[in-house]
Design a protein around this ligand. Structure first.
Ligand code: CDP
Length: 202
């Protein structure tokens, strides 16, 4: 049987992590946060003093690092769950993620992950448009700029806006709604309500 894959995409603070976690739990599926993979590469580059726009060096890191993304995130066995959410990593991750070679390595790992787990709920920016174009369900979450900034208390609104701008305008797999994705605006809606709607689409 073909593995069931649910793609959840959208900009920062739209509710992807909360919704994908709840949908996965309801369906008994595994969940993959692909943003944590890009953040891990950015964190590792930073640690090694590699400039985020040094395309060849950052791509090498993406090819070689042993990144594990679950409830905890580890790089080469070391727990980096807190580090990858730091403002410093937030400030460089979009530059790292615009690198087509980095994307190539991480997308291959994302597809392997789905093979290994028999599908799952996968969240990111390009999941429905590029990584799993045949996903059973594609959801594109948005929320108003005010609400997204409110949900992102740990990140300056300018930082969130900058990431969104870089993510939407890059050449390699920009953030966009896949043609066959369902759009859901989560502004002012409860998690329960949003999750119920997503499940009703299945
Ligand atoms: O949690 P939030 O939505 O703010 O961000 P994230 O999912 O942790 O992703 C961090 C960054 O990784 C994004 O701003 C993108 O630059 C990049 N990313 C990407 O390019 N493609 C993905 N599939 C997931 C994340």
């Amino acid at each position: 049987m073909r593995p069931a894959t649910i793609a959840i995409d959208g900009p920062a603070g739209a509710g992807k992590s909360t919704v994908s976690r709840a949908v996965a739990a309801q369906l008994g599926l595994e969940r993959l946060d692909t943003g944590a993979m890009y953040r891990s590469v950015a964190a590792l580059a930073r640690r090694r003093g590699v400039a985020p726009d040094d395309a060849a060096a950052v791509a090498r890191i993406a090819a070689e690092a042993e990144i594990h993304v679950g409830e905890r995130v580890t790089i080469d066995g070391e727990d980096v769950t807190a580090e990858i959410r730091s403002p410093e990593v937030g400030a460089t991750v979009s530059i790292v993620a615009a690198n087509p070679d980095v994307r190539r390595h991480l997308v291959a790992r994302q597809r392997e992950w789905a093979q290994r787990h028999g599908g799952g709920v996968v969240e990111g920016r390009d999941i429905g448009s590029v990584v799993f174009p045949d996903a059973e369900l594609k959801v594109y979450l948005t929320a108003s700029a005010e609400e997204r900034a409110r949900r992102r208390k740990d990140e300056a609104p300018e930082g969130v806006a900058r990431r969104d701008r870089i993510d939407s305008t890059r050449e390699a797999s920009p953030l966009r709604q896949a043609d066959d994705a369902r759009h859901l605006d989560t502004t002012g809606r409860t998690v329960h309500d949003v999750v119920e709607e997503v499940l009703s689409w299945l």
